[in-house]
Design a protein around this ligand. Structure first.
Ligand SMILES: NC(=O)c1ccc[n+]([C@@H]2O[C@H](COP(=O)([O-])OP(=O)(O)OC[C@H]3O[C@@H](n4cnc5c(N)ncnc54)[C@H](OP(=O)(O)O)[C@@H]3O)[C@@H](O)[C@H]2O)c1
Length: 279
């Protein structure tokens, strides 16, 4: 396998950049698929897709922003069709646990005739340090609905290691690998763990989903982002399929998945939670 045969779509994102690092550690320099890469790949501009996929044999696909948004299924359908036409032999799709729309995208890949592995993830730990839960942590005031729902938060480093492994190893072809953390925890637990790890006082407020949505609108968060977050809370978080720990990370990597406390300790050492809030 030549280095340039592998494409990582979203290769500068939360999981993608770690998949790139995993491959580089094995001496493979993959092509990155993103708007800032060269050649550039833009989900919103199909004219960029052929150059990005040309000559590629294996690819890791993360859709931005989420497989649940309108238009995602059509984009995955077109990309998969093009991949087959251009001779791609293996696709690893990052999907979300308990998302009906994501499962529709999985089915497109599974029915394509291309070798595939689906990596189906629960909510990421790194949402608290690299995504939408970081700002409330920095402000010290965390107000969230559904504070007692049990969630098997998973570390993106574990997801990336699994994704890189199955991308290179065809013995996982045809499988759906469910990546979850090793424990079920609540938002309240998480805020306590981050508070202890970062040695900062964090106030937690249990609010309704309606109050949460209203708060985002008042902060003038874009309509499509509010829609996505409302969808994730009302359809994904509460789905009983998501409230289960699965040991696929251990099965693939031969070691236990990272706990939220381990993630919090490592992340606090980077200083990210001790920055001054800008909001
Ligand atoms: N967050 C969670 O808890 C969670 C849980 C389960 C599943 N998921 C799934 O994870 C996927 C996202 O993966 P991720 O978190 O690893 O990625 P991410 O960090 O959300 O994505 C950022 C990457 O996407 C690229 N990008 C942004 N807009 C783009 C566009 N229009 N065209 C092409 N590339 C674009 C960015 O590069 P450029 O800016 O250079 O383009 C960057 O490489 C989603 O499909 C979601 O369904 C997330």
């Amino acid at each position: 396998m030549k280095s340039e045969d592998i494409l990582v779509i979203g290769g500068t994102g939360k999981t993608g950049r770690r998949v790139v690092e995993q491959l580089q550690n094995k001496g493979i320099e993959p092509r990155i698929g993103s708007r800032s890469a060269s050649p550039s790949f833009d989900w919103d501009n199909k004219d960029t897709w052929v150059d990005a996929l040309n000559g590629i044999e294996r690819m890791y696909v993360t859709y931005y922003p989420d497989l649940a948004v309108p238009g995602a299924k059509e984009a995955i359908e077109s990309l998969t069709y093009l991949a087959k036409e251009l001779g791609v032999k293996k696709m690893v799709l990052l999907s979300g646990k308990g998302e009906t729309e994501a499962e529709a995208c999985e089915n497109i890949v599974m029915d394509s005739g291309i070798g595939y592995t689906i990596v189906r993830a629960s909510w990421f730990n790194q949402n608290w340090s690299e995504s939408f839960f970081l700002d409330p942590i920095l402000s010290g005031e965390v107000a969230l609905p559904m504070s007692d729902v049990l969630i098997p938060f998973v570390d993106v480093n574990d997801i990336a290691e699994v994704a890189a492994t199955v991308l290179l190893d065809d013995s996982y072809n045809g499988e759906i690998i469910e990546v979850t953390g090793p424990e079920l925890i609540t938002f309240k637990d998480i805020v306590n763990i981050i508070s202890k790890a970062s040695k900062r006082r964090l106030n937690f407020y249990d609010i309704t989903l309606e109050q949460y949505i209203e708060g985002m609108k008042q902060m003038q968060i874009p309509h499509d982002v509010v829609w996505l977050i409302e969808y994730l809370f009302s359809h994904v978080l509460t789905n009983p399929k998501n409230q289960l720990v699965v040991n696929d990370i251990e099965r693939v990597l031969g070691r236990k998945a990272k706990t939220f406390s381990e993630y919090a300790q490592e992340t606090s050492e980077t200083g990210i939670w001790n920055q001054v809030s800008v909001t």
